[in-house]
Design a binder for this molecule. Structure first.
Ligand SMILES: [Zn+2]
Length: 71
């Protein structure tokens, strides 16, 4: 699910509407556009799928899996 919460820059009200219900100001999405919750949690997702990866010396990065012993 995507971030849908919006914020009124005028009265700081959080709302789901594009127009602030309190003051009628146009609301903004307070999250940076590049922010991606999936990237942040990709490591945890992988670990929950493959819990024995760490003990095998496999590094987890945003790009995916890479074997650290293969330098
Ligand atoms: Zn407002």
């Amino acid at each position: 699910m995507r971030w849908r919460i919006r914020k009124c820059p005028n009265c700081k009200t959080y709302t789901l509407k594009e127009i602030c219900p309190k003051c009628g100001n146009k609301t903004i999405v307070p999250h940076p556009p590049r922010f991606s919750p999936e990237d942040k949690y990709v490591e945890y997702r992988l670990l929950s799928k493959y819990p024995d990866l760490l003990s095998k010396g496999v590094k987890i990065s945003k790009e995916g899996l890479s074997n650290s012993s293969n330098k």
